[in-house]
Design a protein around this ligand. Structure first.
Ligand code: ADP
Length: 397
């Protein structure tokens, strides 16, 4: 019997899972899958390590399975999975660890209560992240659960990088820059020295470009600044999020358009970014394939904002040794990487077009002063590693 660790990433309308088994001291993914459309038309699919479907189910249009029904189905499916694994723990992706948690934590009722207090800090993610935790705590209280936070990796940011120029009492109450995508950056930082010792030890900016996008400045593998802030709407334009915006715009929308907080939230999180600017799609593939000038404008704005934020992070680092691309767009779009590298020529980045088309891993020329890399991220593996470590520490204690 070997130990297995289940990783859950629960969003508003989907739950993704990955099951890892211990094999010769390493964690091997043995099954993965998701339930999508939780509240509209739920569909479940699971695949084994070879990519073969090992579970499929559709509930049909108009069915509201909810998180509860989804967790019940997953528990039944995983219970029936053949193999000689015992489920040792469940690791959860939780977006916000607030001021309290700068590292993964074993969950009990008290921890869950603290995590629920951060719901106002991440209203679109945190409640959904917590839903399966609460359900499992009720059904399987003996099963160890570990929360891994998107904010935690940035706890090494210096105080000055975390401050807004607001009166101190707000900072003390937690109104500060937290940063997100931390599990992705932590994974990339963990494998980067294997690609490039200088990048691992030096000044590196990692571009996590997916539906959500941000940049992170790493100094010696530690996060020192990032483009996301108090919330994950700050920084770069994203699929449907606007990124950095003059707060005066929000006051204007309230005063002149009569918009309340919920209406503004919908605008900033769901109707803006690539979707809002193009009026076509939030999907980078569709925009790059389109010859509509509005699609080009959205892509140009995305690149322009990255160019500016990259300059800002290089300034925060006081130099740049390497640039790393990761996540859906960063790993797959040679065109976007080429645009970013071209814009960063002044910093010393010289892309190798053939290597970039091929997808790396190294996409800069040997003569390039700043190395450029494509490093696929693996947030789930990071969560599994943390979960294994937390429960191993408990067993030793
Ligand atoms: P999430 O943030 O939801 O995890 P991903 O990291 O999967 O998202 O990134 C999704 C984004 O990656 C989408 O905008 C998608 O269009 C983009 N993407 C995936 N493959 C490509 C590709 N070959 N070229 C351009 N964009 C791509």
């Amino acid at each position: 019997m070997s130990d297995a660790i289940l990783v859950l990433n629960a969003g508003s309308s989907s739950i993704k899972f990955l099951l890892y088994a211990e094999q010769d001291g390493a964690l091997e993914a043995v099954a993965r899958g998701q339930i999508e459309g939780l509240h509209t038309a739920p569909r479940f699919v699971a695949r084994d390590r070879a990519g073969n479907a090992v579970g499929e189910k559709s509930w049909g249009e108009g069915v509201n399975l909810g998180h509860e029904g989804a967790v019940a189905h997953l528990a039944e499916f995983l219970g029936g999975l053949r193999g000689d694994h015992t489920l040792a723990a469940v690791g959860h992706r939780v977006v916000h660890g607030g001021l309290e948690y700068s590292a993964p934590v074993r969950i009990d009722e008290d921890v869950l209560e603290v995590l629920a207090r951060f719901i106002p800090l991440a209203p679109l993610h945190q409640p959904h992240n917590l839903a399966p935790i609460r359900l499992l705590l009720g059904r399987r209280p003996e099963l160890p659960q570990v929360a891994c936070f998107d904010t935690a990796f940035h706890s090494t940011n210096p105080d000055i990088a975390r401050r807004f120029a607001l009166p101190r009492e707000f900072h003390d109450a937690g109104v500060r820059r937290y940063g997100f995508h931390g599990l992705s950056y932590e994974y990339v930082a963990s494998v980067l020295p294997g690609h490039d010792a200088r990048a691992g030890a030096g000044k590196t900016v990692v571009c996590h470009l997916g539906n959500g996008s941000s940049l992170c400045a790493l100094d010696g593998g530690k996060s020192v600044a990032s483009t996301m802030g108090f919330t994950a709407v700050e920084g770069l334009p994203m699929g449907t999020r606007c990124g950095a915006i003059d707060p005066g715009v929000l006051l204007y929308l309230m005063d002149e358009r009569g918009m309340n907080a919920r209406a503004i939230e919908k605008l900033l999180y769901s109707q803006s970014g690539l979707l809002g600017v193009s009026g076509i799609s939030s999907d980078m593939r569709r925009l790059l394939a389109s010859d509509d000038p509005r699609a080009k404008l959205a892509v140009d704005l995305f690149l322009y904002r990255i160019r500016r934020e990259l300059g800002s992070l290089a300034a925060a680092l006081g130099g740049l040794d390497a640039l790393v691309f990761t996540a859906g767009i960063g790993e797959n779009s040679a065109a976007i990487r080429a645009g970013i590298c071209r814009d960063a020529a002044w910093l010393g980045v010289q892309a190798d077009p053939a290597a970039n088309e091929k997808g790396g891993p190294r996409i800069s020329t040997p003569a390039s002063r700043v190395a450029a890399w494509v490093v696929p991220t693996n947030e789930e593996l990071m969560i599994a590693r943390h979960t294994r470590r937390v429960i191993a520490m408990e067993r030793r204690a």
